[in-house]
Design a protein around this ligand. Sequence first.
Ligand SMILES: *Cc1c(COP(=O)(O)O)cnc(C)c1O
Length: 368
Amino acid sequence: MHPQAAHAGAILTVDLDALRSNYRLLRKQAGPAACGAAVKADAYGLGAERVGPALAAEGCRHFFVAHLDEGIALRPHLPATAQVFVLHGPPPGTGPEFISHGLTPVLNSLQQIQDWLALAQALQRPLPAIVQVDSGMSRMGLPAAETEAWLADPLYRQTIPPLFLMSHLACAEHQDHPMNASQLARFKALRQRLPQVPASLANSSGIFLGHDYQFDLVRPGAALYGIAPVAGAANPLQPVAALHGRILQTRTIERGDHVGYGISYSATEQRQIATIGVGYADGWLRGMSNRGVVFIDGKAAPMVGTVSMDSITVDVTGIAAERLQAGALVELIGPHRPVDDVARLAGTIGYEILTGLGMRYYREYVGG
Ligand SMILES: *Cc1c(COP(=O)(O)O)cnc(C)c1O
């Protein structure tokens, strides 16, 4: 292990081989559609500079970030043949930076389309882009009236050749949710009016809704990183992230002793307590106070007391003392505790756990 790892309160391990294997599984599932990758939010917290090239090595050529600055940071790490799409489109006045950095916007409103058109006219050349339409989520993309205005004027499509007609699913992880069919119908109706334009609808979960939803390009994010795509079903993906926290110290407490801020835990008998160097500032959510579990050699050690900024306290009663030395590592996310289980306990989703992982970990990349 790298000597720097000894400095950190916890080690975040990212398995690039598992990532690549997940990409291959998703691409196969979506074939013949092209398989892109959502690498926004620093590849869901796992490091876009490492994740991007690993996926490019598997043949991925469509990368999605949310913000312009994410695109600027990622672009130099990808081959020239890869496209970087910025989901939020150009913030007002930033169009020229898309050109200079080789980024392609997803245009989400008539205003963004008009700004991009003005840039194309100023440069006297067509500027391709993705156009996103709202198929029912009311979040991003052209609302119906703006879609009609865009379709009505052929100048838009001559000057801004649409690389993909795109929309996004609201409820795809619930396979029997009626919203899926409703969004698909709205998307297909629009697509019939632009039959020559390639289309993209599915995120990770959308891929598993079947061939109808896959169109020409799928855009998985979460599933690449090992998050389960289908609610209530076995997860076909491999885990990519593991998190191991360090024991800072251990102590014995007696019946009636308390633990942590607000003394939210009190012992009813003698217990052994270990303090681990991960807290809510590292994304280990305070909502897991007295709820979470860590694992030591596969043995569960329940979190007791309130999550602090820089540490948690766990009940290690019954675990061998030689396994509890200062500096020893305990599993917070790993084979015994998949990220989706952590999320469920915390009352959230795996996406929020991964993207919330803090910057203080030592990050170790394996494989790739
Ligand atoms: C984040 C995002 C994705 C990827 O979604 P996952 O559920 O993580 O697969 C795809 N498309 C859009 C528009 C997104 O915002």
